[in-house]
Design a protein around this ligand. Structure first.
Ligand SMILES: O=C(O)CCC(=O)C(=O)O
Length: 314
Protein backbone atom coordinates (compact mmCIF):
# COMPACT_ATOMS: atom_id res chain seq x y z
CA UNK A 1 0.00 0.00 0.00
CA UNK A 2 1.29 3.44 -0.87
CA UNK A 3 1.15 5.99 1.87
CA UNK A 4 3.65 8.35 3.40
CA UNK A 5 4.58 9.23 6.95
CA UNK A 6 2.38 10.97 9.44
CA UNK A 7 3.93 14.36 8.93
CA UNK A 8 3.15 14.72 5.34
CA UNK A 9 0.78 12.40 3.96
CA UNK A 10 -2.35 11.26 2.36
CA UNK A 11 -3.40 7.82 1.33
CA UNK A 12 -3.37 7.59 -2.44
CA UNK A 13 -6.69 5.74 -2.60
CA UNK A 14 -10.13 6.62 -1.27
CA UNK A 15 -11.37 5.24 2.03
CA UNK A 16 -14.86 5.48 3.47
CA UNK A 17 -16.63 5.26 6.76
CA UNK A 18 -20.41 4.71 6.81
CA UNK A 19 -20.44 5.70 3.15
CA UNK A 20 -18.65 9.02 3.75
CA UNK A 21 -15.40 9.51 1.94
CA UNK A 22 -12.75 10.20 4.57
CA UNK A 23 -10.57 13.24 4.18
CA UNK A 24 -7.01 11.94 4.60
CA UNK A 25 -5.24 15.29 4.75
CA UNK A 26 -2.79 15.25 7.66
CA UNK A 27 -4.68 17.98 9.53
CA UNK A 28 -7.70 15.73 9.88
CA UNK A 29 -6.36 12.19 9.53
CA UNK A 30 -3.34 10.33 10.87
CA UNK A 31 -1.77 7.17 12.22
CA UNK A 32 -2.02 5.73 15.72
CA UNK A 33 1.05 6.10 17.89
CA UNK A 34 2.74 2.75 18.42
CA UNK A 35 3.70 1.78 21.97
CA UNK A 36 5.36 -1.48 20.91
CA UNK A 37 8.73 -0.25 22.13
CA UNK A 38 7.34 0.35 25.66
CA UNK A 39 5.50 -2.92 26.10
CA UNK A 40 6.90 -3.72 29.56
CA UNK A 41 7.03 -0.14 30.79
CA UNK A 42 3.68 0.03 32.57
CA UNK A 43 4.20 3.50 34.01
CA UNK A 44 4.70 4.90 30.53
CA UNK A 45 1.85 2.83 29.08
CA UNK A 46 -0.50 4.20 31.75
CA UNK A 47 0.69 7.71 31.02
CA UNK A 48 -0.04 7.23 27.31
CA UNK A 49 -3.40 5.68 28.04
CA UNK A 50 -4.33 8.79 29.96
CA UNK A 51 -2.88 11.21 27.44
CA UNK A 52 -3.85 9.51 24.16
CA UNK A 53 -6.81 7.51 25.45
CA UNK A 54 -5.49 4.41 23.68
CA UNK A 55 -2.54 2.04 23.45
CA UNK A 56 -1.58 0.59 20.10
CA UNK A 57 0.71 -2.42 20.49
CA UNK A 58 1.73 -3.85 17.12
CA UNK A 59 3.17 -7.36 17.36
CA UNK A 60 2.04 -7.98 20.94
CA UNK A 61 1.33 -11.64 20.18
CA UNK A 62 3.28 -13.85 17.84
CA UNK A 63 1.87 -13.79 14.35
CA UNK A 64 1.69 -17.60 14.33
CA UNK A 65 -0.55 -17.66 17.40
CA UNK A 66 -3.02 -15.22 15.83
CA UNK A 67 -2.90 -17.05 12.50
CA UNK A 68 -4.00 -20.23 14.29
CA UNK A 69 -6.86 -18.33 15.91
CA UNK A 70 -7.88 -16.93 12.55
CA UNK A 71 -7.78 -20.40 10.99
CA UNK A 72 -10.02 -21.76 13.70
CA UNK A 73 -12.60 -18.97 13.27
CA UNK A 74 -12.53 -19.21 9.47
CA UNK A 75 -13.05 -22.97 9.66
CA UNK A 76 -16.19 -22.30 11.70
CA UNK A 77 -17.41 -19.73 9.16
CA UNK A 78 -16.74 -22.17 6.32
CA UNK A 79 -18.71 -24.86 8.16
CA UNK A 80 -21.63 -22.43 8.46
CA UNK A 81 -21.58 -21.76 4.72
CA UNK A 82 -20.51 -18.12 4.94
CA UNK A 83 -17.46 -18.41 2.67
CA UNK A 84 -17.63 -18.25 -1.10
CA UNK A 85 -17.74 -21.74 -2.56
CA UNK A 86 -14.60 -22.65 -4.48
CA UNK A 87 -12.36 -20.17 -2.63
CA UNK A 88 -9.62 -21.07 -0.15
CA UNK A 89 -10.84 -20.89 3.44
CA UNK A 90 -7.73 -18.92 4.47
CA UNK A 91 -8.64 -16.10 2.11
CA UNK A 92 -11.82 -15.44 4.07
CA UNK A 93 -13.86 -14.39 1.04
CA UNK A 94 -17.50 -14.11 1.96
CA UNK A 95 -20.28 -15.74 0.03
CA UNK A 96 -22.24 -12.83 -1.49
CA UNK A 97 -25.35 -15.03 -1.41
CA UNK A 98 -24.92 -15.74 2.29
CA UNK A 99 -22.74 -13.11 4.00
CA UNK A 100 -21.98 -13.67 7.69
CA UNK A 101 -23.83 -11.52 10.22
CA UNK A 102 -21.75 -8.45 11.02
CA UNK A 103 -23.52 -7.92 14.32
CA UNK A 104 -21.54 -9.26 17.21
CA UNK A 105 -24.41 -9.97 19.61
CA UNK A 106 -26.21 -12.32 17.25
CA UNK A 107 -23.05 -14.06 16.11
CA UNK A 108 -23.10 -17.84 15.86
CA UNK A 109 -19.32 -18.17 16.31
CA UNK A 110 -18.22 -20.24 19.30
CA UNK A 111 -17.52 -18.11 22.38
CA UNK A 112 -15.53 -21.04 23.79
CA UNK A 113 -13.26 -21.70 20.81
CA UNK A 114 -10.09 -22.73 22.67
CA UNK A 115 -7.82 -20.74 20.31
CA UNK A 116 -9.88 -17.61 20.80
CA UNK A 117 -10.05 -18.06 24.56
CA UNK A 118 -6.33 -18.71 24.85
CA UNK A 119 -5.42 -15.69 22.75
CA UNK A 120 -7.73 -13.21 24.44
CA UNK A 121 -7.92 -14.50 28.01
CA UNK A 122 -4.83 -16.68 28.35
CA UNK A 123 -1.88 -16.03 30.63
CA UNK A 124 0.07 -13.84 28.22
CA UNK A 125 -2.81 -11.41 27.84
CA UNK A 126 -4.03 -11.44 31.44
CA UNK A 127 -0.50 -10.95 32.79
CA UNK A 128 -0.24 -7.88 30.60
CA UNK A 129 -3.46 -6.42 32.01
CA UNK A 130 -2.40 -7.21 35.58
CA UNK A 131 0.82 -5.30 34.88
CA UNK A 132 -1.07 -2.41 33.38
CA UNK A 133 -3.56 -2.22 36.27
CA UNK A 134 -0.95 -2.94 38.92
CA UNK A 135 -3.30 -5.52 40.44
CA UNK A 136 -5.13 -8.69 39.35
CA UNK A 137 -7.21 -8.27 36.20
CA UNK A 138 -10.43 -9.86 35.01
CA UNK A 139 -12.39 -9.79 31.76
CA UNK A 140 -15.95 -10.01 30.47
CA UNK A 141 -17.00 -13.52 29.49
CA UNK A 142 -18.25 -12.34 26.13
CA UNK A 143 -16.27 -11.89 22.92
CA UNK A 144 -17.66 -9.55 20.28
CA UNK A 145 -16.90 -11.19 16.93
CA UNK A 146 -16.84 -8.90 13.89
CA UNK A 147 -17.14 -10.59 10.53
CA UNK A 148 -17.77 -7.64 8.27
CA UNK A 149 -18.24 -8.36 4.59
CA UNK A 150 -18.31 -5.72 1.87
CA UNK A 151 -20.05 -2.61 3.16
CA UNK A 152 -20.24 -0.17 6.01
CA UNK A 153 -18.13 -0.20 9.15
CA UNK A 154 -19.51 0.49 12.61
CA UNK A 155 -21.42 3.60 13.64
CA UNK A 156 -19.44 6.20 15.57
CA UNK A 157 -19.90 5.49 19.28
CA UNK A 158 -18.32 5.12 22.73
CA UNK A 159 -18.40 1.77 24.50
CA UNK A 160 -19.69 2.98 27.87
CA UNK A 161 -23.31 2.98 26.67
CA UNK A 162 -23.15 -0.80 26.21
CA UNK A 163 -21.23 -1.82 29.32
CA UNK A 164 -21.29 0.92 31.96
CA UNK A 165 -23.05 -0.83 34.84
CA UNK A 166 -19.84 -1.79 36.58
CA UNK A 167 -16.59 0.11 36.77
CA UNK A 168 -16.07 2.91 34.29
CA UNK A 169 -12.35 2.11 34.28
CA UNK A 170 -12.92 -0.66 31.80
CA UNK A 171 -10.73 -1.18 28.75
CA UNK A 172 -11.69 -2.41 25.31
CA UNK A 173 -9.18 -4.45 23.34
CA UNK A 174 -9.68 -4.59 19.58
CA UNK A 175 -7.82 -7.46 17.95
CA UNK A 176 -7.47 -8.02 14.21
CA UNK A 177 -7.71 -11.69 13.22
CA UNK A 178 -6.30 -10.96 9.78
CA UNK A 179 -4.19 -8.26 8.19
CA UNK A 180 -6.49 -5.27 7.83
CA UNK A 181 -5.59 -2.34 5.64
CA UNK A 182 -7.85 0.74 5.43
CA UNK A 183 -9.60 -0.70 2.38
CA UNK A 184 -10.74 -3.70 4.39
CA UNK A 185 -11.86 -1.51 7.24
CA UNK A 186 -9.80 -1.08 10.39
CA UNK A 187 -10.82 0.64 13.59
CA UNK A 188 -10.78 4.44 13.74
CA UNK A 189 -10.23 6.51 16.87
CA UNK A 190 -11.13 10.17 17.20
CA UNK A 191 -7.98 11.71 18.61
CA UNK A 192 -8.38 13.32 22.03
CA UNK A 193 -12.12 12.72 22.16
CA UNK A 194 -11.79 10.98 25.57
CA UNK A 195 -10.83 14.35 27.05
CA UNK A 196 -13.91 16.20 25.75
CA UNK A 197 -17.05 14.62 27.26
CA UNK A 198 -18.51 18.13 27.23
CA UNK A 199 -18.91 17.80 23.46
CA UNK A 200 -21.08 14.71 23.78
CA UNK A 201 -24.25 16.27 25.25
CA UNK A 202 -24.85 13.65 27.93
CA UNK A 203 -24.21 10.70 25.59
CA UNK A 204 -21.77 9.08 28.05
CA UNK A 205 -24.47 8.89 30.73
CA UNK A 206 -26.79 6.85 28.55
CA UNK A 207 -27.31 3.08 28.57
CA UNK A 208 -28.70 1.18 25.58
CA UNK A 209 -30.78 -1.05 27.84
CA UNK A 210 -32.45 1.75 29.81
CA UNK A 211 -35.84 3.00 28.66
CA UNK A 212 -38.59 5.32 29.81
CA UNK A 213 -41.11 3.20 31.68
CA UNK A 214 -43.71 5.97 31.62
CA UNK A 215 -43.93 6.22 27.83
CA UNK A 216 -46.49 4.54 25.64
CA UNK A 217 -44.03 2.23 23.90
CA UNK A 218 -42.40 1.07 27.17
CA UNK A 219 -43.57 -2.51 26.60
CA UNK A 220 -41.76 -2.76 23.26
CA UNK A 221 -38.58 -1.43 24.90
CA UNK A 222 -38.85 -3.89 27.77
CA UNK A 223 -38.86 -6.85 25.38
CA UNK A 224 -36.16 -5.40 23.12
CA UNK A 225 -38.56 -5.11 20.20
CA UNK A 226 -37.71 -1.39 20.21
CA UNK A 227 -34.50 0.23 21.36
CA UNK A 228 -31.56 2.49 20.73
CA UNK A 229 -28.48 0.89 19.19
CA UNK A 230 -25.97 3.14 20.99
CA UNK A 231 -24.91 5.07 17.92
CA UNK A 232 -23.48 8.53 18.50
CA UNK A 233 -23.41 9.41 14.82
CA UNK A 234 -23.55 8.03 11.31
CA UNK A 235 -21.47 10.92 10.06
CA UNK A 236 -17.78 10.64 10.98
CA UNK A 237 -16.96 13.87 9.14
CA UNK A 238 -19.40 15.95 11.19
CA UNK A 239 -18.22 14.43 14.46
CA UNK A 240 -14.60 15.11 13.58
CA UNK A 241 -15.45 18.71 12.90
CA UNK A 242 -17.15 19.01 16.25
CA UNK A 243 -13.98 17.87 18.02
CA UNK A 244 -11.58 19.64 15.67
CA UNK A 245 -9.13 16.74 15.85
CA UNK A 246 -8.11 13.85 13.58
CA UNK A 247 -9.39 10.39 12.82
CA UNK A 248 -6.61 7.93 13.56
CA UNK A 249 -6.09 4.43 12.23
CA UNK A 250 -3.15 2.26 11.13
CA UNK A 251 -1.68 1.93 7.64
CA UNK A 252 -2.25 -1.76 8.27
CA UNK A 253 -3.38 -3.64 11.36
CA UNK A 254 -1.55 -6.94 11.33
CA UNK A 255 -2.12 -10.26 13.02
CA UNK A 256 -0.40 -9.98 16.40
CA UNK A 257 -1.44 -6.35 17.00
CA UNK A 258 -3.71 -5.11 19.76
CA UNK A 259 -5.44 -1.77 20.20
CA UNK A 260 -6.69 -0.82 23.66
CA UNK A 261 -8.90 2.14 24.55
CA UNK A 262 -11.20 3.42 27.26
CA UNK A 263 -14.92 3.78 27.57
CA UNK A 264 -15.15 7.45 26.60
CA UNK A 265 -13.12 7.18 23.40
CA UNK A 266 -15.14 8.07 20.31
CA UNK A 267 -14.46 5.44 17.66
CA UNK A 268 -15.86 3.68 14.62
CA UNK A 269 -14.45 1.74 11.70
CA UNK A 270 -13.81 2.01 8.00
CA UNK A 271 -16.00 0.48 5.32
CA UNK A 272 -14.92 -2.76 3.71
CA UNK A 273 -14.34 -2.18 0.00
CA UNK A 274 -13.22 -5.75 -0.67
CA UNK A 275 -14.85 -9.15 -0.83
CA UNK A 276 -12.75 -10.44 2.08
CA UNK A 277 -14.29 -10.65 5.49
CA UNK A 278 -12.81 -8.14 7.91
CA UNK A 279 -12.29 -10.44 10.85
CA UNK A 280 -11.66 -8.96 14.29
CA UNK A 281 -12.74 -9.43 17.88
CA UNK A 282 -13.22 -7.02 20.73
CA UNK A 283 -13.08 -7.91 24.42
CA UNK A 284 -13.10 -6.09 27.78
CA UNK A 285 -10.72 -6.00 30.77
CA UNK A 286 -10.79 -4.39 34.20
CA UNK A 287 -9.36 -4.48 37.70
CA UNK A 288 -10.69 -7.63 39.42
CA UNK A 289 -11.38 -5.59 42.57
CA UNK A 290 -13.91 -3.31 40.86
CA UNK A 291 -17.60 -3.97 40.07
CA UNK A 292 -18.35 -5.81 36.84
CA UNK A 293 -21.29 -5.05 34.53
CA UNK A 294 -23.56 -8.07 35.22
CA UNK A 295 -24.75 -8.19 31.61
CA UNK A 296 -21.45 -9.60 30.40
CA UNK A 297 -20.39 -12.25 32.90
CA UNK A 298 -21.46 -15.84 33.47
CA UNK A 299 -21.64 -19.03 31.45
CA UNK A 300 -24.38 -17.60 29.24
CA UNK A 301 -24.38 -13.81 29.34
CA UNK A 302 -27.67 -11.88 29.29
CA UNK A 303 -26.06 -9.18 27.16
CA UNK A 304 -28.69 -6.77 25.82
CA UNK A 305 -31.51 -9.30 26.19
CA UNK A 306 -34.82 -8.61 28.00
CA UNK A 307 -33.26 -9.38 31.41
CA UNK A 308 -30.94 -6.39 30.94
CA UNK A 309 -33.72 -3.87 30.33
CA UNK A 310 -34.18 -1.23 32.99
CA UNK A 311 -37.28 0.98 33.03
CA UNK A 312 -36.90 4.43 34.57
CA UNK A 313 -39.26 7.39 34.90
CA UNK A 314 -38.19 10.07 32.42
O1 LIG B 1 -14.76 -3.48 14.80
C1 LIG B 1 -15.62 -2.62 14.71
O2 LIG B 1 -16.14 -2.29 13.64
C2 LIG B 1 -16.10 -1.90 15.93
C3 LIG B 1 -15.40 -2.35 17.17
C4 LIG B 1 -15.81 -1.56 18.36
O3 LIG B 1 -16.67 -0.73 18.32
C5 LIG B 1 -15.13 -1.80 19.62
O4 LIG B 1 -14.16 -2.55 19.66
O5 LIG B 1 -15.57 -1.21 20.63
Amino acid sequence: MKSTSIDGSLLDFPIFSLGHRMDTAPEVFGWLRSSADRRGDFAELNRRLEEDGYLYLPGFWSRGKVMQTRASVLAQLAGMGYLKPGTAVGEGIHDPENPPPAMARAHPLDQRDPRVVDLLFGKETMDFYAGLFGEPATHFDFTWFRTKGTGHGSDVHCDIVYMGRGTKRLLTMWTPLGDICPRIGGLTILEGSHLRPDLLNGYLERDVDRYCANREDAGAHATGEKGWNGSLSKNPLAIRERFGSRWLTAPEFRMGDMLIFGMAMVHGSLDNQTDRIRLSVDTRYQRASEPVDPRWVGASVIGHGPAAKEGVIC
